[in-house]
Design a protein around this ligand. Structure first.
Ligand code: ADP
Ligand code: MG
Length: 246
């Protein structure tokens, strides 16, 4: 049995009278990539944000490496240092250069020395093809470069897992590939990852499981080959029909 990284147990959540997560339960094993897909409004972002406590839950429990995320006794800031998060808006600090953005948390949260943090940041930036951008400011970079800096920033904390919420949705089509390549490279290192995405061929290629969500429910958790060739549910078939003929 593979070691469990994230355990989602009977999780429900409502916004007012709208039930956005309905009794969701599944485990994500260590070193695996799970892709959350489904129509807009399905609850994908709410679920992924709940995994690191950015979103509260009404019932159930989420365990990250055995630690209960929503337990009031949990030191959530400490837990989050192990969980990288990359969303569609890169949220880089505009007044800091790339190196400043990538070293900020290691220095201030992890108490790494400036020099150590700098060396590590440069190595990561190099691996993402950004070696020559270390002294650039966010507004001098393309969207794809900014998103790769956001990925570098997450990696610099040496997280045990990284959550991505539609990391390429805000990018022009020609910039998507460089960001997907960076995520693909990270997957090949054995990083545990959750990726909310509409990039179907990418999901098919990198993930161990597709988690198909619709209206707050997980309708299926299926290996990608099977999901794309023979989805179990009518709703998934319909969704794939729309998205793949687009
Ligand atoms: N802060 C919020 N307040 C009220 N409703 C919200 C909030 N965030 C999300 N929702 C609603 O919850 C549902 C699920 O949203 P979301 O998790 O963002 O779906 P997805 O990421 O799959 O598109 C949607 O109907 C959305 O409008
Ligand atoms: Mg979303």
């Amino acid at each position: 049995m593979a070691e469990v990284a994230i355990s989602i147990r009977n999780v429900s959540k409502s916004f007012g009278s709208l039930r956005v997560l309905k009794e969701i339960s599944f485990d994500i094993p260590k070193s695996q990539v799970f892709a959350f897909i489904g129509p807009s409004g399905a609850g994908k972002s709410t679920l992924v944000r709940a995994l690191n406590g950015l979103e509260g839950i009404d019932a159930g429990e989420i365990l990250v490496e055995g630690v209960s995320v929503h337990d009031r006794r949990t030191d959530i800031n400490r837990l989050r240092t192990n969980i990288g998060f990359v969303s569609q808006s890169f949220n880089l600090y505009p007044h800091l250069d790339v190196l400043g953005n990538v070293t900020l948390a290691p220095v201030h949260v992890k108490r790494q020395g400036q020099e150590e943090a700098r060396e590590r940041a440069l190595a990561i930036l190099g691996s993402l093809g950004l070696a020559d951008k270390a002294r650039s400011f966010p507004q001098q970079l393309s969207g794809g470069q900014q998103q790769r800096v956001a990925i570098a920033r997450a990696m610099a904390m040496d997280p045990h897992m990284i959550l991505f919420d539609e990391p390429t949705s805000a990018l022009d089509p020609e910039l998507i590939k460089e960001v997907l390549d960076a995520i693909r490279q990270l997957a090949s290192t054995g990083m545990t990852m959750v990726v909310v995405t509409h990039e179907m061929s990418f999901a098919r290629e990198i993930c161990e499981r597709i988690v198909f969500m619709n209206q707050g429910s997980v309708l299926e958790i299926t290996p990608p080959q099977e999901f794309f060739s023979n989805p179990k549910t009518e709703r998934a078939r319909e969704f794939l029909g729309k998205i793949l003929h687009h």
